[in-house]
Design a protein around this ligand. Structure first.
Ligand code: 26V
Length: 812
């Protein structure tokens, strides 16, 4: 494990395994070689972890997710193995700079945003807590698109992240499984006179697993993330190729391999697409077959103890095919009767909901579903028939309630409501922040909550301190470690002990100095990627997240335009210089979100180009926001913008990353903001906006026209927008945005929150001018952020839902 021997291996990989030399010193191969030599060190621990789990025959949880937004791996592996300083030293002797090597790695962008990154943080925490948890996902050939900005508009480019190979994955063809599609069901009587079903005439596709190591923090544990790749079957090759046209056969084979080609962006227009359903079933079936194979190796066809030793956590409804597929495998393939199979299913499945937004609630048309997965469709109808009988027993004669609660939505076309299927089968249903979990029981799942109150619970999200503090903010982390010792990285509650240091002037000075250095690093990124110069003495005001109307990047822009207007009219007494950064991807089909990106770019161009704003105000749009960008941004941010319409953001997790790095939050009472404010104290949080209740009460009599007319600042902002000041050469392009603000049907109530937002921003500006006060508040935010560690979240999942033992890896 010493730096010298790792670097010895690195040289052998570079010159022999990869056949590179001094004439061919491509930096990418330097990265690959170093990664391979680290992977070797992980492999030993990986095996001993597996042996320990097997020997103890412990219960395991499988975290099923269509998304794992892992980001980069090399830096994290070095951190967790505790080898970074020695490797860095040994590389320097070879004239190599570690940071440059780390920068070669392409982000693994196999997720859209919060939901996918949460899965990655959870895996990190499970390994660190030595919990036997395995992730199951898909090995997309293309991750979330790369975002370019051309003339202010988003342009998507494919993210072919595997182009140069991936040193972190290990192909395991020996564990491939077969997944069925299409065909039809035949029912028959078996020799014992039992009715049985057989799913026949299917088109099968192979699922080939690729394993990625998930190291715990300096504890010898390495867990597994298993990602499935789709491949044509062998007989598919033979029959199709012998049938005639060679080229058609190759094309057909290609189609079979399309399933795991690309990650779906979370785009309403992509909802309901058949290929997405293929992905979902492919993940569910391959993962279940893998788990059942492992079980049968030890227990044969005896499933009596299965539910005590296996658990499936569904990351949103995306993997809900697990429910009918587990039933099918147990009944059709393993000869179990319905009740025994249902007993196992309902004891081993739990569902996490991540959104209340109606357009994200998954429904599959029965006709598509039945054609692609006929046997599963039958099973879902049987589950529903039994469930409807249960509802009828509980509420006799209440037909309306049966209609409301049915897993099958009736109408011109029938749809399967995946969230209801997940709730009916799950032993636990949770939301991701207190408010969100409460809203679930009051609205979306109200009827189900009445029927099964004991199923519903909250698990407030968290993020891993290893990636989001230690690795992304080494200077701050080392100050904290010098102050408190190093226990805080695995027990973030300890950060509370920082609180008394707010009164220590030299501690505050160090805290400030570190923030300044981190701001310089962030300013470099902004300069490189946006071409805008950020002055590190200004307030760094940041909103980075997916672009969505409910997240209200538009409200942020109204404030920016208001500041610009104040400068233009000379109202700059006691001015706090600000640099505003907005970043995030819009779903490719989300026209309004793309227009908002154009607005940010256009306003930024005017502001940054106006000599009057010099030293007072800057605005930049950061292209291609991703995990590795956030690693720089979260450490350099002063003010975190969490400004969604109350009741719309399930939790948020960026808000937590900013808080632990000492940013202050300006935010609404939404998602986890509420808990952030509770922990930090009201006086250390900039609150504004309507509450969820007020938002609901406003519907029906919202009059933005009156609000605008009554508010001179907002009137002036609207006038600037309407005059075409920011789009002189593209007249009219912002009209739909302007109309949305004026619309009494605006679901996001942008105008309603303008005044209180501007007032809160004034308070921010005033506070920032008092450097010592701001620094105290910053320290308190970090000190209060312990709750938002994903270690705490995972311990909650384990205590209430999974009940896994902690198992130390065997030392070899
Ligand atoms: C929906 C769709 C629909 C079309 C096909 C692709 C696709 C992919 C994902 C989604 C749902 C996304 C839901 C989501 O990301 N929710 C976020 O979850 C975070 C983690 O719990 C939470 O912090 C955010 O507030 C929540 O918006």
């Amino acid at each position: 494990m010493d730096g010298e021997s790792i670097v010895d291996d690195f040289r052998r990989y570079f010159s022999h395994t990869l056949y590179r030399d001094k004439l061919n010193q491509s930096a990418y191969y330097v990265y690959t070689s170093l990664s391979l030599s680290l992977r070797d060190r992980l492999v030993e621990r990986w095996k001993s972890t597996k042996y320990a789990y097997n020997e103890q025959d412990c219960k395991r949880t499988y975290y099923l997710s269509l998304e794992f937004l892992m980001g980069r791996t090399l830096g994290n592996a070095m951190l967790n193995l505790d080898v970074e300083p020695s490797i860095s030293g040994a590389l320097t002797k070879l004239g190599l700079v570690l940071e440059e090597i780390i920068d070669q790695e392409h982000d693994a962008g196999l997720g859209n945003g919060g939901l996918g990154r949460l899965a990655a943080c959870f895996l990190d925490s499970c390994a660190t807590l030595q919990l036997p948890v395995k992730g199951y996902g898909l090995r997309y050939e293309y991750g979330l698109f790369n975002q370019k900005v051309e003339n202010g508009y988003q342009v998507e480019e494919p993210d072919h992240w595997l182009r140069n190979g991936n040193p972190w994955e290990i192909e395991r063809p020996e564990f491939s499984v077969r997944v069925k599609f299409g065909g039809k069901t035949e029912h028959y009587m078996d020799a014992d006179g039992t009715k049985r079903a057989e799913w026949k005439y299917t088109k099968d596709i192979m699922a080939v697993p690729y394993d990625v190591p998930v190291p715990g923090y300096r504890n010898g544990t390495v867990n597994t993330l298993r990602l499935w790749k789709s491949m044509a079957t062998k007989e598919f090759d033979l029959s199709e190729f012998n049938a005639g046209s060679y080229a058609d056969a190759v094309a057909a084979k290609n189609a079979a391999e399309h399933i795991t080609m690309v990650l779906y962006p979370n785009d309403v227009s992509e909802n309901g697409k058949e290929l997405r359903l293929r992905q979902q079933y492919f993940l569910a079936s391959a993962s279940l077959q893998d788990v059942l194979r492992h079980w049968m190796n030890k227990h044969g066809n005896d499933f009596s103890g299965f539910a005590d030793k296996n658990f499936f956590q569904l990351n949103d409804t995306h993997p809900t095919c697990v429910v009918p597929e587990l039933m099918r495998l147990l009944i059709d393939e393993h000869g179990m009767d319905w009740d025994a199979a249902w007993n196992i299913t309902t004891r081993t499945v739990a569902y996490t909901n991540h959104t209340l937004m109606p357009e994200a609630l998954e429904r599959w048309s029965v006709s598509i579903f039945g054609r692609l997965l006929p046997r599963l469709s039958e099973i879902i109808f049987m589950i529903n028939a039994r469930f409807m009988a249960q509802v009828a027993r509980r509420w006799p004669g209440d037909v309306e309630r049966q209609r409301r609660m049915s897993i099958i939505e009736e109408g011109n076309e029938q749809y399967i409501r995946m969230a209801y299927l997940a709730v009916v089968a799950s032993v636990s249903v949770n939301g991701v922040a207190e408010l969100h979990s409460r809203l679930l029981t009051q609205h979306l799942f109200r009827d189900f909550y009445e029927l099964w109150p004991e199923k519903f619970n909250n698990k407030t999200n968290g993020v891993t301190s290893r990636r989001w503090m230690v690795s992304s903010n080494p200077a701050l982390s080392s100050l904290i470690t010098r102050t408190l010792g190093d226990g805080w990285t695995t027990d973030m509650a300890k950060l509370k002990e920082l609180a008394p240091y707010v009164d220590d002037a030299s501690f505050r000075a160090e805290w400030q100095e570190i923030k300044q250095a981190n701001k310089a690093r962030m300013a470099e990124l902004v300069h490189r990627d946006c071409g805008v110069v950020f002055d590190t003495n200004a307030l760094f005001d940041v909103q980075v997240k997916r672009i969505h109307e409910y997240k209200r990047q538009l409200l942020n822009m109204l404030h920016v335009i208001h500041l610009y207007d104040r400068i233009k009219r000379g109202d700059t007494a006691d001015w706090t210089p600000r640099c505003i950064l907005i970043g995030g991807k819009a779903a490719p089909g989300y026209v309004m979100a793309k227009r908002i990106i154009k607005l940010v770019s256009a306003v930024g161009k005017v502001i940054n180009g106006d000599p009057d704003t010099a030293g007072l105000l800057n605005l930049a749009f950061l292209p291609n926001y991703r995990v590795s960008a956030m690693e720089v941004i979260c450490a350099g941010t002063d003010l975190s913008e969490q400004i969604s319409t109350a009741g719309k953001e399930a939790s948020g997790t960026g808000n937590m990353k900013f808080m632990m790095n000492g940013a202050l939050t300006i935010g609404t009472l939404d998602g986890a903001n509420i808990e952030i404010r509770e922990e930090a104290g009201d006086e250390n949080f900039f609150l504004f906006g309507l509450t969820t209740e007020e938002v609901d009460a406003t519907r029906g009599h919202y009059d933005p026209g009156a609000i605008i007319a009554a508010d001179e600042d907002l009137r002036r902002v609207m006038h600037l927008l309407e005059s075409g000041h920011f789009n002189l050469f593209e007249p009219g392009i912002f009209n739909p945005i302007i109309q949305s603000i004026y619309s009494s049907g605006d679901p996001w109530l942008t105008a309603a929150d303008f005044r209180s937002f501007v007032n809160a921003q004034q308070e921010v500006a005033k506070t920032y001018r008092d450097k010592e006060r701001w620094t105290r508040m910053s320290i308190i935010n970090t000190a209060a952020s312990g709750k938002f560690s994903s270690d705490r979240t995972i311990l909650d999942y384990n205590r209430d839902i999974w009940h896994l033992p902690q198992v130390a890896a065997k030392t070899m």
